[in-house]
Design a protein around this ligand. Sequence first.
Ligand code: COA
Length: 715
Amino acid sequence: MVTKRSERPDERHPAFDQNLLALFAPRSVAVVGASRDPSKLGYLVLRNVRTSGFPGPIYPVNPGARRIQGLPAYPSVVSIPSSVDLAIIVVPQPAVLSVVRDCAAKRVRAAIIITSGFRETGPLGAKAEEEIVSVARSAGMRVLGPNCLGIIDTVTPLNASFAARMPSPNGIAFMSQSGALGAAILDWAAARDLGFSKFVSLGNEADVTESDLLRVWEYDGSVRVVSAYLEGISDGGRFRRVASEATRRRPVVILKAGRTAAGSRAVVSHTGALAGSDAAYSAAFRQAGVIRVQSLEELFDSSLAFSSQPLPSGRELTIVTNAGGPSIVATDAAEMHGLKLTPLTHRTTDELRRQLPPAASVTNPIDVLGDAGPDLYRAAIDLVLADPRGDALLVILTPQLKTDAEDTARVVVEAHRQTNRPIIACFMGSAGVRSAIATLSAGGIPNYPFPERAVAALGAMADYADLKKRPTERPRRFTVDQTRVRNVITKARAAGRPNLDSFEAAQVVAAYGIPIPRAALARSLDQAVQAAEEIGFPVVLKVASPDIVHKSEVGGVRVGIQSPDEVRRAYDEICAAVAVRAPSARIDGIGVWAMARAGTETIVGLSVDPTFGHVLLFGLGGIFVEVIKDVSFRIVPITSADAAEMIREIRAFPVLQGARGRPPSDLSAISDVLERVSQLAEDFPEIRELDINPLVAYPPPRGTLAVDVRLSLSL
Ligand code: COA
């Protein structure tokens, strides 16, 4: 692909660590462990630095050699007579620490440690890694790795890696937490004419992490898209902050591998069971404006589109094709990715009808027919680009008897020069379209072998364009009664109780302005009757015990109680059932609750993710929530827009809108509860899990009612 070479970081961020830049654009490079033996990595690394066109001085370091690969060698870093910006370290593991000490003494700005045998091998390796980081940090030196492939920067240019080849320059900055995968990708990319601006193998991330690179690349004029293969994120909070800013300026596309289940700890709530770390990653990425893809193919398909095409201003797609089948596949894919086929104006369709053969299809997808030459493609493309409707163009071509793929490719490239809409191509086949694809590529048009892949790439661009348009919004802060919550929590913690009883849990959410049914805690039969009369029938009786999480399962709940007699009977039944089924449970009393009127049952929950902290959940409530899994997640804190999205995201959203004659639910009241729970989690990090299930939603303006609340704390 053709790219415009641009300069070094185009803007400076106030908190920018300039030493990080030395990894990519050093003024001088030392290769420590450089070797004359072509079978050694130290040989390959030095050869790569030398042959990559690096413009500055290169210093091989090796105590046993005077010259290596034609360059004067030095016995140690400190003996190099000039300053060194970047050291690439390829010495055996036991020698690394002393080399890092030398680098620190020499005021080297950044080091790449290729050597393996550190944290990935166990506690001893981890300790060695920590020592290295502490030496580096005290000298302000940044360290990439250890256990990495290195860095390639095609703009500097510098190949500071042992990768076999230097990619061609392009706007893609790629980072990988797997070195082996990175090496394979370089090889694969070369065969597809896919270039990179930067290529980084992160290794063990002892110091430099994915967040550091996001920060640097956000301000680098040569980077049009950041593309990453990640297996985990070390500091979730920092990643979210950095990524939220970076995605305002550059698209960030991530393939996150390793879909793990929820941790092995005992999970007491529905939310805890549903919120796996994969859901937390998806939520965090979404909130930070990151595009998450599911395969390597999608990662590079979308990166290629981002790096070469302008963003679409909307989601309307126009297709010009010479074949029916592929355009149907593309149309289906468009629907799947939320793209709409542009309804062309009458003027355009009339003109298409005039210029195309009678059998051609003049509505979108525009079919110029199998025998179409470049002129018909040109006519159709010019007309659709002149139409005020339409945000992106996909040109499909299958090589048929009279097809001139090469000239048609030229038509597409020419059209690309004259429009600010994205154009991508799907010239299908192999030998028949090879040179045409090369023409497209040279003209900056990405080509995809299949229509669904082309459409998926456009879908990712449209998603990013939408994310970019989101207004920056701060989470709302509500006036709440923190002291009341603090008192409940302090009491439970002092007693060493991780779980609150249902009565206490309800007090906590009520203190945050979430409506709960009228309730009283009865410690005797008489108190229960009196409470029921004050609250008004019908009532519900529920055992209040921090030791009983699933109250119905031990016979601890009676609903629809209509009279004092029924209260007495229910009270006795609950006490008897609990005494048998949960004999050792501590009983705080029996909660007497106003019976909530029927409405739509939803669930709002909180759990803690090890990487990102509190995760908020929303879904339709009830007992099947864990089976159906129709839920949405966001990381705390959330904004009003996040809350609205969470509600709309579940498949059952039409139920809340009032499907099939049901009354609609008070969506703004649900949103309010989500935001209040988010604030609760922020204010009280010790909350480990929370379930409001059900949160009954009524038609507007009647709001919601938190009918049952479970809450557990980390002690
Ligand atoms: N300063 C400078 N040079 C030193 C040195 C020091 N303190 N200690 C050793 N050297 C030199 C050696 O003399 C040798 O040069 P020579 O060929 O002229 O003798 C060179 O450094 C390499 O040392 P050697 O003992 O031959 O090691 P090696 O090349 O077999 O292995 C590594 C070194 C770094 C490649 C190896 O330890 C390693 O970590 N391999 C895995 C790398 C990897 O896979 N990384 C992750 C990728 S994703």
